[in-house]
Design a protein around this ligand. Sequence first.
Ligand SMILES: [Zn+2]
Length: 250
Amino acid sequence: MKRKSSYIVLVLFNLAILLNGCHQSSLPQPVTPSVDQNSQVQQTSAMPVYQRKEMITSPAEALQLLLNGNQRFKSGKVLNKDFSADKRSDLLQKGQHPFAAIISCSDSRVPPELLFDQALGDLFVIRVAGNVITPAELGSVEYAVDHLKVPLVLVLGHEGCGAVTAAVEGGEAKGSLSAVIDKITPSVHTATSYGLKGNIFLETCVDLNIHNSVLDIQKSPVIKEYLNTKQIQIVGAKYDLDQGKVSILN
Ligand SMILES: [Zn+2]
């Protein structure tokens, strides 16, 4: 009796699959992303859509939003984002109100919008190899602060930076790459004076280079106005490539 009822269930189950397949055969089927059981990445279909209030004027609040987003990224629980035509149109009509300017290395493994789990219109991003500050980058930061009124400027370097490594290795830089290397070299000289070796030496160069970019931004007369009135905060941060974590440098 038990075997017979199991057989009936099996037949009904197969029939349901068959009917379902016939019904949907002419429709495009959604692609289901495969989930690697060994990774922490989860399907995001069940996650809520990321939302934030439009105007953020507090540097502390802006920094907390970034850190919260990085925590989501690190744990593989990123929120869904609204990329719809309505959203894009809304951003066009209302204009942009990013809450942070990020100066990050161009390294393909360090995309600020992804690792801070932010959406369209959230971040004003300036990317350049070695996260150095030349007049073009500084002008972009000044625009973000003075025109877009971002309350937070964050310089984002990262572990194992290739541009910093190139500066450490020295030699002649081809073409305009020297403009990048020349900005990093003072950090290498400082780290050399510490007598460090190996990876600790390289990572100290990375940290010092982040700090020097923060100092370069602080020197701007335009930025100073906003710093003096505590309307903005400038912070240096470092991204750990394999851990996925952003740490604020003091
Ligand atoms: Zn880099």
